[in-house]
Ligand binder design. Structure first.
Ligand code: GLC
Length: 433
C-alpha cells in the first residue's frame, strides 16, 4: 500500500503496454481503439515521465477531427475483431481522416494541453500553436450544434462518457428500439454482465447509432429528428472549463483578438445557461431532457463537476458531504440514496478515478480543501489497494470492469499519487509566480 514508487512503476508500465504507437487504448480486449477523453487523460499520465509522448497523444487524437470540427469519440486506427459496434456499424466512411464513430465525447483535451504547457512553456509553445486552432474548431462545433439555451446536449448516452447513468433513463425509455435487428455484443464476453449496461440499454444504444447513420450524421437532421437530446452536466461543465483553458492558451497559441472574443462569448453564454441545469426540486445540477422538458431527477457524480467549471455552491457541497458520509470510497457515480444506485453497474454507482480527478481539482481550486483531500485520498487508496481497475465499488472498494486501465493509471500518475500531487503544486506555484 505504501510503496508508492512501485505503484508509479506499475502505472507507467500500463501506459507503455496500452501504447499502440502514438495513441493509447483504454485497455486491451474490451476497448481496443483510441477513445477521445481516455486519450486526454492518458496524456496527463504520460506528462509525468514522457512529456513529448503526452503531446503526441493529443496530436493523434486531434488528427481524427472531421471537417465540421467534431472530434470523434472513437478512432478505429486498426481493425480489431473483439469490439462491437465497429467502424462498419457507424457508417462514417470518408467523413474524417481516420475511420471513426459519428459522435464526440467530453472535451478534456484543451484542459490537459494547458497543464502540459504550464509544466514546460518553452517545449509546449509549438504544440499549443498547432493544437489550439483544432480545439477552437471543436469547441465551435459544440457551440454551433449542441448548445441549447447555453447548456450542452448529447445525442447519444455514449457521447457523455457515462453510458448508462440514470440521467438518460427517461429519454431512453421514450425510444422504441423496434427493428434494431440482430447484433452480437462483445463487451459481456470480456466483463461480467452484471457490471455492464443491460440488454434494454444496448438495444437503444444500437438503435441510436442506426438513426445517426440513416441521417448521414447530419447534425441539423439529428437536432430535428432524434428522440434523444439531453442537456448533460458532464458535457456542459467540461466544455465550460475547456473554454476557459483555451482562452488562457490564446496568447501562446497566437489566437486572434476575434477568436478570443468568440471564446469569451461562449463562456458568457454557458455561464448563463447553467441555470437551466439546476433542478430546484432536487436542489442540484441535473441532466435535462430537451424533448420532454424533464429533469433526470437523480444526483450523479457529473453534478459535482460544477467546481471544475468554476461554479459550485453550498447546496452542492452539502450533497457531496452527505454522499461521502454514506460510502467508504467516494465519489459514487449515482447517489447511494437513489433507487437507481447499483454499486457494481458501471455508471449507476461505481467510483471512476477520472471523475474524481476532475471533481477533486475543482474542489481544490474552490478552496474546499477538506473535501478535495477526501476525494483524492479515496482515489489513491482505491488504486493502491485494488489496482488499476476501470471502476470500483464505492461500498467495498472492489475492482470492477476491465483491468490494467489506462486512465486509472494516468490519474494515479497525474493527480492521485504523491508524484501527481507534487506536479500539481509545482504548476500552481509556477502560475502564481
Ligand atoms: C466506456 C465509458 C467511457 C469510456 C470508454 C472507454 O464506454 O463509459 O466513458 O470512454 O468506456 O474507456
Amino acid at each position: 500500500m505504501s510503496d508508492f514508487s512501485a505503484i508509479d512503476s506499475a502505472a507507467r508500465a500500463i501506459l507503455r503496454k496500452n501504447d499502440r504507437g502514438g495513441y493509447t487504448i483504454p485497455t486491451d480486449g474490451l476497448y481496443p481503439y483510441q477513445w477521445n477523453w481516455d486519450s486526454a487523460f492518458a496524456a496527463l499520465g504520460f506528462a509525468r515521465f514522457d512529456p513529448a509522448r503526452a503531446w503526441r497523444e493529443l496530436e493523434t487524437l486531434m488528427a481524427g477531427q472531421w471537417a465540421s470540427g467534431m472530434v470523434p469519440h472513437i478512432l478505429f486506427h486498426e481493425p480489431s475483431a473483439g469490439y462491437f459496434p465497429g467502424a462498419e456499424v457507424w457508417g462514417c466512411e470518408g467523413r474524417g481522416p481516420v475511420a471513426s464513430s459519428g459522435i464526440s465525447q467530453p472535451p478534456v483535451a484543451a484542459t490537459v494541453a494547458r497543464r502540459l504547457y504550464g509544466a514546460d512553456p518553452e517545449a509546449g509553445r509549438a504544440h499549443v500553436a498547432r493544437l489550439a486552432p483544432r480545439f477552437l474548431a471543436w469547441h465551435r462545433w459544440f457551440m454551433q450544434w449542441r448548445a441549447e439555451e447555453g447548456m450542452i446536449c448529447v445525442t447519444h448516452p455514449w457521447e457523455s462518457g457515462r453510458d448508462n447513468a440514470p440521467d438518460w433513463d427517461g429519454a431512453m425509455a421514450a425510444i422504441d428500439p423496434a427493428g434494431v435487428g440482430e447484433y452480437a455484443r462483445r463487451d459481456t464476453a470480456h466483463v461480467d454482465p452484471h457490471m455492464r449496461p443491460t440488454r434494454a440499454d444496448y438495444d437503444r444504444y444500437v438503435w441510436l447509432v442506426q438513426l445517426g447513420r440513416r441521417l448521414g450524421w447530419d447534425e441539423a437532421a439529428l437536432r430535428r429528428e432524434s428522440p434523444f437530446r439531453v442537456a448533460d452536466p458532464t458535457m456542459s461543465f467540461i466544455l465550460l472549463r475547456a473554454n476557459r483553458d483555451l482562452l488562457a492558451l490564446a496568447g501562446p497559441a497566437g489566437l486572434s483578438p476575434a477568436e478570443r472574443r468568440e471564446i469569451e462569448g461562449w463562456i458568457a453564454q454557458q455561464e448563463a445557461g447553467m441555470a437551466g441545469l439546476w433542478n430546484t426540486e432536487l436542489q442540484s445540477y441535473d441532466a435535462f431532457d430537451l424533448r420532454s422538458r424533464r429533469f433526470g431527477g437523480t444526483i450523479t457524480n457529473a453534478a459535482f463537476l460544477c467546481w471544475y467549471a468554476g461554479l459550485g455552491n453550498d447546496a452542492m457541497r452539502a450533497h457531496l458531504e452527505r454522499i461521502l458520509a454514506r460510502v467508504d470510497y467516494g465519489v459514487p457515480s449515482t447517489d447511494p440514496e437513489a433507487p437507481q444506485f447499483d454499486p457494481r453497474r458501471y455508471w449507476r454507482g461505481p467510483v471512476w478515478a477520472i471523475m474524481n480527478a476532475m471533481i477533486g481539482i475543482g474542489l481544490e481550486e474552490a478552496g474546499l480543501l477538506d473535501l478535495a483531500r477526501r476525494v483524492r485520498s479515496d482515489t489513491a487508496r482505491l488504486i493502491a489497494e485494488q489496482g488499476f481497475a476501470e471502476y470500483f465499488d464505492p461500498l467495498t472498494g472492489a475492482p470492477a470492469g476491465g483491468g490494467s486501465f489506462t486512465w486509472t493509471a494516468a490519474v494515479w500518475l497525474g493527480w492521485a499519487g504523491p508524484g501527481g500531487r507534487d506536479a500539481g503544486r509545482r504548476k500552481a506555484a509556477g502560475e502564481e509566480g
